[in-house]
Design a protein around this ligand. Structure first.
Ligand code: FAD
Length: 511
């Protein structure tokens, strides 16, 4: 039931419960207190939020929230947030943009981040950049899957880059599957469509969520809705379509005026890419890989275990989202912890000096990228290995998992990593060599897929977005802890750290 009044504690409780109690509660409390300030800061920078009739910033219901607290800009929230920030950033003379540069590694020596290597795409030259502080903000990695809401470039590069430099990744078994990826491409139909009152319907015309989350229905957290949809499909109640069985997202009862006002992009995208006008027909959808709860292990100040190295946004795991992120908590988290990272990194830089970077590291990186990957003369191809990785992840590491499937997935991924060593890129040129970039990205994602599977195998319980058919229950006694994955040549080495509980000990999670 929606509450009439909101509070920090209510938002924190929704987030902690949504996270299936794996979130660090000190981080959640910090986040909910700072999120409204950041939204107002964005307003002052010119963000065109949708308004109430009285002119206040409008808010709407969203999955897992017990107050309509999602600030939005029609159905283009992330887009306008990004444009507001970018538009302001390019007016600042002391910010230099390195557009069309591709980072391949960071240089860490004596546990200090000293700089990074990047390919300047125009020339194809590798450059080394010194830095007093580095903030990783390189996004998530759901492109390890086939059916995903992510853009093609979301390959989690920054996570692998720091992992290989010795920084652990945390909670990588938790990948979020969004309930409404539009068929056939996986383009996201925002949770705002259900927030405005959209229904989910199976082949029998039933609003099946009443059997899975009788109170919250379609506005239950994403892990629960994605499991419900997958169960409906697997039990034969999906609607048959040319791309396999699907679920219908019905917006027709909202009426054309409301759809045009609140969901104009969704209507446009559904018509152009899905071939349906939601005013007249339900949109065919199913779960799509959407968000990385796991990422670079960092603390509440965004500090990693390496001095001078910070992480914020989706590539990081500060543990605000635990085992399942609530919708709207990501971009607000990016704003809150992006600000923290900026402040902390600036403080660090002001009290540090540039350090010498040994040439060996840079030469080794040039050898890896240009001699081994670009110079490779084997007979393997990047798109084939990439498709194979995505097929393995989609078949064996999806919404429901099992030990057997995960074991097989790990074996097959290791074989793909072996095959990657024989990759050949046809274009041997340097300028704008996108084939080379795709090969480097594939190399990064193979590590991330392997880590995801290794952590999913280790976690013998079901929690949030990680559901094991062979271990269907949450096991707080053994598993109320985070998994850290450290790089070794033989594969990830796992360690465990406790979850921070401040006010909300774990209880049963029902909606
Ligand atoms: C379709 C869609 C809709 C969403 N809607 C919402 C929403 O309504 N509310 C919400 O809270 N969350 C939403 N999310 C989630 C949220 O948008 C993301 O979690 C968030 O935008 C991540 O921001 P980021 O800055 O961390 O990463 P990104 O926005 O992914 O940015 C990462 C940047 O790093 C760059 N980069 C990566 N690797 C390299 C490299 N090797 N060298 C150089 N540059 C590199 C990329 O090019 C990119 O510019 C949505 C996600 C998707 C996919």
């Amino acid at each position: 039931m929606m509450r009439k009044e909101d509070s920090y504690d209510l938002h924190a409780w929704d987030t902690v419960k949504g996270a299936d109690f794996l979130a660090d509660q000190d981080v959640v409390e910090f986040f909910v207190e700072h999120a409204p300030k950041e939204l107002v800061r964005l307003e002052h920078l010119g963000c065109p939020w949708s308004r109430t009739p009285e002119g206040k910033i409008s808010q709407r219901p969203f999955g897992g929230h017990s107050f309509p607290r999602a600030c939005f800009a029609a159905d283009m929230t992330g887009l306008v947030e990004m444009h507001t920030l970018y538009g302001r950033a390019i007016t600042q003379e002391n910010i230099k943009f390195y557009d069309e540069w591709f980072v391949t590694s960071i240089v860490v020596e004596d546990n200090i981040a000293k700089g990074l290597t990047a390919i300047e795409m125009r020339t194809g030259e590798m450059q080394a950049l010194h830095a007093k502080a580095i903030i990783m903000a390189t996004g998530g990695y759901a492109r390890i899957y086939e059916f995903t809401t992510f853009s093609h470039t979301s390959t989690g590069d920054g996570m692998t880059i720091v992992y290989r430099a010795g920084v652990p990744l945390k909670d990588m078994e938790f990948v979020q599957f969004h309930p409404t990826g539009m068929i056939p491409q996986g383009v996201l139909i925002t949770g705002g469509a259900r927030g405005e009152g959209g229904y989910l319907i199976n082949a029998e015309g039933e609003r099946f969520m009443k059997r899975y989350a009788p109170e919250k229905m379609e506005l239950a957290p994403r892990d629960i809705v994605a499991r419900a949809e997958t169960t409906e499909i697997q039990e034969g109640r999906g609607i048959e379509g040319p791309y396999g069985p699907y679920i219908a997202l019905d917006l027709r009862h909202l009426g054309e005026d409301k759809i045009n006002e609140r969901l104009p992009l969704i209507r446009d995208v559904a018509i152009k890419l899905g071939g349906v006008d939601p005013v007249e027909d339900p949109i065919p959808i199913k779960p799509a890989a959407h968000y990385s709860m796991g990422g670079i292990h960092a603390n509440i100040k965004t500090e990693t275990l390496v001095s001078g190295l910070y992480a914020a946004g989706e590539c990081s795991c500060l543990s605000a989202h635990g085992a399942n992120r609530l919708g709207t908590n990501s971009t607000s988290g990016c704003l809150v912890f992006g600000f923290v990272a900026g402040e902390e990194a600036a403080k660090h830089a002001l009290s540090s000096s540039f350090r010498e970077v040994s040439n060996d590291k840079i030469l080794a990186e040039e050898t890896r990228v240009f001699d081994k990957i670009l110079g490779g003369e084997g007979d393997e191809r990047v798109p084939l290995i990439r498709d194979e990785m995505r097929r393995i992840m989609s078949e064996k590491v999806w919404v429901f998992r099992s030990g057997d499937d995960l074991e097989k997935a790990l074996k097959e991924l290791l074989e793909l990593k072996r095959r990657f060593r024989d990759v050949r890129i046809e274009d041997k040129g340097r300028g704008f060599n996108t084939g080379l970039v795709e090969a480097i990205q594939l190399d990064f994602t193979l590590d991330l897929a392997e880590i995801t599977v290794a952590c999913a195998l280790a976690r013998t319980e079901s929690r949030g977005a990680h559901t094991r058919r062979d271990y269907p229950k949450r096991e707080d006694k053994n598993w109320l802890k985070h998994i850290l994955a450290y790089y070794t040549k033989q594969g990830p080495r796992l360690e465990y750290i406790p979850v921070t509980i401040t006010k909300w000990p774990p209880t049963m999670r029902a909606y």
